[in-house]
Design a protein around this ligand. Structure first.
Ligand SMILES: [Zn+2]
Ligand SMILES: [Zn+2]
Length: 116
């Protein structure tokens, strides 16, 4: 599969029996429909989302792109339970794309909370 944002190759990685695609260049992550319930799994997030959040911030700026699976339109979504997680979902096949660091969430906010 070709990364919808930076047009490089994505490689399939497997974690606990589920296959996700990760871009070799920008480390964006693609979930097929139904796989993104993983959103709540911190261990999975750490294992899969290995990209640099700084890179993610750059690719996050790319807003106009098509679904890498079916060429459908992508819609920006926010996880209602974790508003810091923003991603894009295909309006057609319901797959979703996360920029590097989006899946894990911002690191700074948790350290700020610990400071009392
Ligand atoms: Zn990419
Ligand atoms: Zn699609």
């Amino acid at each position: 599969m070709i990364c919808p944002k930076c047009k490089n190759d994505m490689e399939a990685i497997e974690y606990e029996g589920i296959e996700v695609d990760r871009c070799k260049n920008c480390q964006g992550i693609w979930f097929d429909a139904g796989e993104s319930h993983w959103l709540g799994d911190k261990e999975a997030a750490t294992a899969i989302d290995t990209g640099d959040p700084l890179t993610g911030r750059q690719t996050n700026a790319i807003r106009r792109y098509r679904c890498p699976r079916c060429d459908g339109g992508m819609l920006r979504r926010v996880d209602p339970k974790r508003p810091h997680i923003q991603y894009e979902e295909c309006t057609s096949c319901r797959g979703s794309f996360f920029d590097a660091g989006e899946f894990k969430g911002p690191v700074q906010s948790s350290t700020a909370k610990n400071r009392k």
